[in-house]
Write a protein that binds this ligand. Structure first.
Ligand SMILES: [Cu+2]
Length: 343
C-alpha cells in the first residue's frame, strides 16, 4: 500500500469529481464547503466556542457598519465634488484640525469597543480554578500523537478524547518533547502544549458528535499527521465507554498466537497493555480495538491499515517514532489480529 507515492486512482477520481462540482456550482459550492467544513471555528459546539464567536460577530457587525459609512461618504464625495466644469477643482482643505482629531479618535474608539469584550472573554475562558464537577483530563502532546489520561477514572487512551456532553472538561496540557498546540476548532480555543509547563483549557461540550482537531504548532516532520478527534457522548454512551475502558483488556481466545508475538517482541518496551506490559513511549494499546483511527487520526482503524502500520510505520507516517521491527508477515498478521481484538 502506498500512502505517499503517486495519488491513487480513487484520490484522482475524487479530485476530478470535486473539480467538476466546483465548476458546475462555482462560488456557491465554495461557500457551502466552508460551511460544512468539520474544522470550522464559526460552527461552535461549546461554551468557549460561543464566547469567541460572539466577539467575531461583534467585530463583523462593526466592520459592516464602518464599510457602509466609508462607502457612503465615498459615494457622496464622488457625486458632490465631481468635475462640473473642465479643470475646476473643489475647494481644497488642509490642516482641518477637527477632521484630523476625528479620524484619529474614531479608530481608537473602535479598537476600545472591540478590546473590552475581548479581554473579558480571555479572562472568562481561562478560569483560575476548575469549575465545580469538571472532568479532569491530562493531555500530553508527543511527536506525533496525543495521550489522554483521566486520573479520576484510571483510563489512559490516545488520539481520541471521549467527553461527556454538558459537563465541563478541564484539560491539563503538557508534553515530553517539543511544543505542540491542542486545537479542536469547533470546541473553541487553541492552547499551546509546552514541555515543563502545565497549561489549562476548560470548556463544556454542548452537542454530541465527533469533532476533528489538529496539532497547531509546527513540531517536526509529521506535524500535519498529528491529528485528534473529540467524541462527545451522551450520558449512556459515555458510561458505556468508561466501563469498557476500565475493564481489563479482553483479547480473543483465537488471538493467543498474536499475544505471544506481542509479549516477546520489542512492542512491550514501548506500549502498555494493562496486565501485559507497561511501556510508555507509544500509545496505550489496552483497548486499541475500540479506537476508530490509527496513528493519530491518520488512517481508519481497519485490519489492512493496521497490518501496514505494524510492518513499516515510517512508510505510513514519515518520521514515526515507532520503527519497523522486521516481523515476518505471519507474525505481523497475528499481532494485528491480537490488537484489533483488544476492544
Ligand atoms: Cu505539531
Amino acid at each position: 500500500m502506498s500512502f505517499y507515492g503517486a495519488p491513487s486512482v480513487e484520490v484522482k477520481a475524487a479530485a476530478a469529481a470535486a473539480r467538476f462540482r466546483l465548476r458546475r456550482r462555482g462560488l456557491l459550492s465554495i461557500v457551502v464547503a466552508m460551511w460544512r467544513t468539520p474544522m470550522s471555528t464559526v460552527l461552535t459546539k461549546s461554551d468557549f466556542g460561543r464566547a469567541t464567536d460572539q466577539i467575531y460577530g461583534l467585530i463583523a457587525w462593526i466592520s459592516l457598519g464602518i464599510f457602509v459609512i466609508v462607502v457612503g461618504l465615498l459615494i457622496y464625495a464622488l457625486v458632490r465634488y465631481r468635475e462640473r466644469r473642465p479643470g475646476e477643482l473643489p475647494r481644497q482643505i488642509r490642516g482641518h484640525s477637527l477632521l484630523e482629531i476625528g479620524w484619529t479618535i474614531a479608530p481608537a474608539l473602535v479598537l476600545l469597543v472591540i478590546a473590552i469584550p475581548t479581554i473579558q472573554t480571555i479572562f472568562r475562558t481561562q478560569p483560575a480554578v476548575e469549575p465545580e464537577g469538571a472532568l479532569e483530563v491530562t493531555v500530553r502532546g508527543h511527536q506525533w500523537w496525543w495521550e489522554f489520561s483521566y486520573p479520576a477514572l484510571g483510563i489512559v487512551t490516545a488520539n481520541e478524547l471521549h467527553l461527556p456532553l454538558g459537563r465541563a472538561a478541564a484539560l491539563l496540557l503538557e508534553g515530553p518533547d517539543v511544543i505542540h498546540s491542542f486545537w479542536v476548532p469547533q470546541l473553541g480555543g487553541k492552547r499551546d502544549v509546552i514541555p515543563g509547563r502545565l497549561n489549562r483549557l476548560t470548556f463544556t461540550p454542548e452537542a454530541p458528535g465527533e469533532y476533528l482537531g489538529q496539532c497547531a504548532e509546527f513540531c517536526g516532520v509529521s506535524h500535519a499527521n498529528m491529528r485528534l478527534r473529540v467524541i462527545v457522548d451522551g450520558t449512556e454512551a459515555w458510561q458505556a465507554w468508561v466501563r469498557l475502558q476500565q475493564a481489563p483488556p479482553a483479547a480473543d481466545a483465537a488471538a493467543t498466537e498474536g499475544a505471544a508475538v506481542f509479549a516477546k517482541s520489542a512492542c512491550v518496551g514501548c506500549h502498555t497493555v494493562r496486565g501485559v506490559s507497561a511501556g510508555v513511549v507509544g500509545p496505550d494499546l489496552t483497548h486499541f480495538g475500540s479506537r476508530r483511527t490509527l496513528a493519530a487520526g491518520l488512517l481508519p482503524n481497519t485490519p489492512a491499515n493496521l497490518l501496514a502500520w505494524i510492518q513499516d510505520p515510517p512508510a505510513v507516517k514519515p518520521g514515526a517514532k515507532m520503527p519497523a521491527l522486521g516481523l515476518s508477515p505471519a507474525e505481523a498478521r497475528a499481532v494485528a489480529g491480537y490488537l484489533a481484538s483488544l476492544r
